[in-house]
Design a protein around this ligand. Structure first.
Ligand SMILES: C[S@@+](CC[C@H](N)C(=O)[O-])C[C@H]1O[C@@H](n2cnc3c(N)ncnc32)[C@H](O)[C@@H]1O
Length: 468
């Protein structure tokens, strides 16, 4: 008979800090213990769920003292939904922890000489700050203990967000506070219609059902895009639901659907059908307009994206003679945003559709001094490319969470632009890359920006200047 593992319980741990990836840290006999869902200042008993040589991980089973930093979470689904894990901390504390995370990463990982890290720029809006949300349909909605105990015959169809770690379960969300209306109204109307008319919700395990995913995007000046993703091609049911939405929400400017019969719900390779309105929405940033299709990437906190780009441009301090490379350009937002301050901007990006959007975004804005190239950065950015397009005076780089490939860092060092502005959503990989550049570049400015209140995510901009 298999022996059951002995459960380890540690009592009266004082939670000391928040560290990388938003984990709360306590210590037991000098050993690090990461405690889920705890706040610095809490005193807790913890059930250990993972034990390694260097650290342990656990979940609180009893609180002896609650931290003064705690506040009541706004959302009813806090603790179940994976979206806003820091809602139980005041925004001021969240910002302090993000600032500390940037400082710690640069000191402990980069280990380079540093200027003072500027005060993090918080988001004016801490709720309803997103311009895009995606909700998932599931025929296995998450049930609370009370529901299991009280409701005899429970309808398991739900529409909401994934439960972290459980790929087939969603928490059925009535009100999400991350986006303006009509987001919740549309979502709830779709669910109500589906339940009234007996439409089927997706079964991800068995791969059947009609309704799969709902994406809503909005702009500040009233464009609303609604995209419904279906699995089964039941045209009668699809048209019924789409017509219902068209009638009930005249404010929807792009009403779209996609029938996706793949195993996963990514839509990059799927045909989007325009049921009513336009196939895109238009977002404005400063003097520029950005055309955003259903498949386009756009920063999800529009107001803070402008703050991020303004600081990026400020660090770049471009002149009209500068040739700028915008690495990992996405849909060319930064490239287009800085084009009028430079001689030319060249954007490079992996996703071909994003590059198509980048060209469109230049065209929409009458920008003629940009050029864009699609491909893997480590392959595109080579000697032949530079020989053809010229060596950059300034490089702006905004890689994904994994940071830059070593070959890309090497190439930047060989190109030796006078400045590199490094925008990152992961201070740890940013710090790793900066360490590799330290021989040639000095960090002269650091500016963290918060794009996502109530999450542990933080953006950080670093200015690297060529050593004299
Ligand atoms: C953090 S986003 C930056 C987007 C853009 N700068 C913006 O602000 O909208 C990172 C981008 O890098 C792209 N990317 C990821 N890996 C890449 C690679 N190996 N080569 C080129 N681009 C890549 C992603 O597709 C994504 O658009």
């Amino acid at each position: 008979m298999a022996r059951r593992k002995k459960q380890i319980r540690l009592d009266n741990l004082k939670v000391e800090a928040v560290v990388a990836e938003g984990k709360s840290l306590a210590r037991h006999d000098g050993q690090v213990v990461f405690v889920k869902g705890a706040v610095p200042g809490d005193v807790v008993d913890v059930n250990i769920t993972k034990k390694r040589k260097a650290f342990m991980e656990g979940t609180p089973i009893q609180f002896h003292q609650y931290s003064d930093l705690r506040v009541d979470a706004v959302c009813d689904y806090f603790g179940t939904c994976g979206g806003c894990k820091w809602q139980h901390m005041g925004y001021h504390s969240q910002l302090e922890f993000k600032q500390q995370q940037v400082q710690d990463s640069l000191e402990r990982i980069a280990k380079v000489e540093l200027p003072a890290v500027a005060q993090i720029v918080g988001s004016e809006k801490t709720l309803r700050y997103r311009n895009k949300l995606e909700f998932t349909f599931s025929n296995r909605k998450w049930l609370t203990k009370e529901q299991i105990e009280t409701e005899a015959d429970i309808n398991r169809n739900g529409l909401g967000f994934h439960i972290p770690g459980l790929f087939d379960k969603v928490v059925d969300v009535d009100t999400c506070h991350l986006m303006e209306e009509p987001t919740n109204a549309v979502k709830n109307a779709v669910r109500a219609y589906a339940l009234d008319y007996g439409l089927t919700f997706f079964d991800i395990r068995e791969q059947h059902g009609l309704l799969r995913n709902l994406m809503i995007r909005m702009t500040d000046h009233g464009d609303v895009m609604v995209l419904l993703q279906f699995f089964e091609p039941d045209m009668e049911a699809i048209e019924g639901l789409m017509s219902h939405l068209q009638e009930k929400f005249p404010e929807i400017t792009s009403l779209l659907y996609v029938i996706n019969q793949k195993k996963n719900d990514t839509i990059f390779d799927q045909e989007i059908v325009v049921f009513a309105g336009k196939d895109h929405i238009i977002e404005t940033m400063g003097d520029l307009q950005f055309k955003i299709g259903a498949k386009s990437f756009y920063q999800t906190n529009s107001a803070q994206a402008k703050v991020l780009y303004d600081h990026t441009l400020d660090f770049a301090d471009l002149s009209q003679d500068d040739l700028v490379y915008d690495l990992y350009t996405g849909t060319g937002t930064i490239a287009n945003y800085c084009a009028n301050q430079a001689k030319k901007v060249i954007g490079i990006e992996y996703v071909e559709d994003a590059i198509k959007d980048a060209f469109v975004n230049s065209e929409v804005n009458g920008i003629t001094n940009t050029d864009f190239f699609a491909g893997d950065m480590k392959d595109v950015l080579n000697d032949a490319f530079v020989a053809k397009h010229g060596a950059p005076d300034v490089i702006i780089t905004d890689p994904p969470r994994a940071g830059m490939h070593e070959n890309v860092v090497d190439m930047i060092l060989r190109l030796s632009p006078k400045k590199v502005v490094y925008v990152s959503c992961n201070p740890a990989t940013q710090a790793r890359d900066i360490a590799l550049m330290d021989g040639q570049y000095q960090v002269t400015k650091v500016q963290p920006v918060d794009m996502f209140p109530h999450t542990h995510h933080v953006e950080n901009i670093v200015l690297l200047e060529l050593r004299g």
